[in-house]
Design a protein around this ligand. Structure first.
Ligand code: ATP
Length: 328
């Protein structure tokens, strides 16, 4: 039987009129490294705050190591780094590590923690004098001091330069290889790509996709092709292979395509009288909303199939509404 470290079941959380999480379900088995990917305001931080017991859901259930996250016993196995961390400015780096270590039965030795994050030479420095990047590395290092079985990291490398980011990624990979479960949020596909095995895409409080890194990367490789064609040529657009969704606003079309080059080649080869051609990257949220038709899916491959079916049978009549969130 799979040992689930985190179980989120039909969870909804509102802040006044804002629904930060809308019927979210997600299980994280022991030993997985899961990336939560989504734009600003998607609900990632809210989800971590519920898993760590800082907040309670309005409805649905969360289990952490099989217990309520508000149970102190469950939280002993948890290490977290929030988006912003306050460090006592007059304490030295080594003292802060010792202070945190004092709360755990079997902490990592101070030297090992700092070495893993490339800040061994800072042990004698007051935290108030550290650079932003050094503080961030220390904050993430502190999450590991108690040797937690689960680490929750909210945008761990925001504000770090490339080198510091790589040091931190290596440290997290190593900690995961030692057997830990890791759940991290990021806006950056690059970060998720560097670390995660499984990717959960969140948009507007909902799980838009939950699949392997490879499957999610395939989906988000989608490009946006904007083109104007006269009415008599519109049907030709929707028959182009690799177009996964086609939306129109008058004679202006927005095609989401897995291979934008092939779309352009087909337009030229078939002598489609197009104008105003633009090819752009699609945002992650846009790619997923387009591919899923706004419906949450648990399986990226099925989403792509469904989108391809829709694209193969588009309505040629009347203007098609451009979905919300698709900038034009
Ligand atoms: N304490 C709060 N009071 C009111 N609204 C909140 C609160 N916390 C979160 N929200 C709202 O809930 C939604 C989800 O926010 P959340 O911080 O979870 O998103 P996020 O995906 O972590 O975003 P970011 O990537 O910008 O950190 C947003 O609309 C946010 O404004």
């Amino acid at each position: 039987m799979t040992n689930h470290v985190v179980q989120v079941e039909g969870v909804t959380r509102r802040f006044g009129a804002v629904t930060a999480l809308d019927d979210v379900s997600l299980d994280v088995p022991e030993g997985e490294l899961v990336g939560l990917l989504g734009p600003n305001g998607a609900g990632k931080t809210t989800l971590l705050s519920l898993v760590s017991g800082i907040r309670k859901p309005d409805s649905g259930e969360i289990r952490l190591f099989g217990r309520s996250p508000r149970d102190a016993v469950a939280r002993l196995g948890l290490g977290t780094t929030p988006q912003e961390t306050g460090l006592p400015p007059t304490l030295k780096v080594g003292e802060v590590v010792d202070l945190v270590a004092g709360h755990y039965p079997d902490p990592m030795p101070r030297g090992e923690v700092l070495e893993r994050f490339g800040i061994g030479d800072l042990a004698g420095r007051q935290t108030g004098g550290l650079s932003g990047g050094q503080k961030r590395r220390l904050a993430v290092a502190l999450a590991l001091v108690g040797r937690p079985r689960l680490v929750l990291l909210d945008e761990p490398t925001t504000g770090l330069d490339v080198e510091a980011r790589h040091v931190l990624w290596d440290a997290l990979r190593q900690y995961h290889a030692d057997g830990a479960t890791v759940l991290l949020t990021s806006h950056y596909l690059e970060e998720i790509e560097a670390l995660a095995q499984r990717v959960v895409v969140i948009g507007e409080g909902r799980v838009l996709a939950d699949d392997s890194l490879a499957a999610v990367l395939d989906l988000v490789a989608v490009r946006r092709v904007l083109v104007s064609v006269p009415e008599h040529a519109a049907a030709a657009l929707t028959r182009i292979p690799g177009v996964v969704s086609a939306e129109r606003d008058g004679d202006r079309w927005t095609l989401l395509a897995s291979d934008a080059d092939a779309v352009v080649r087909t337009l030229v080869r078939d002598d489609v009288p197009f104008s105003g051609l633009e090819v752009r990257g699609a945002s992650l949220e846009e790619a997923f909303l387009a591919l899923t038709g706004g419906e949450p899916v648990r399986d990226a491959a099925r989403a792509a199939d469904r989108a391809a079916d829709r694209a193969a049978a588009p309505s040629a009549e009347g203007p098609t509404a451009v979905p919300q969130g698709v900038p034009r």
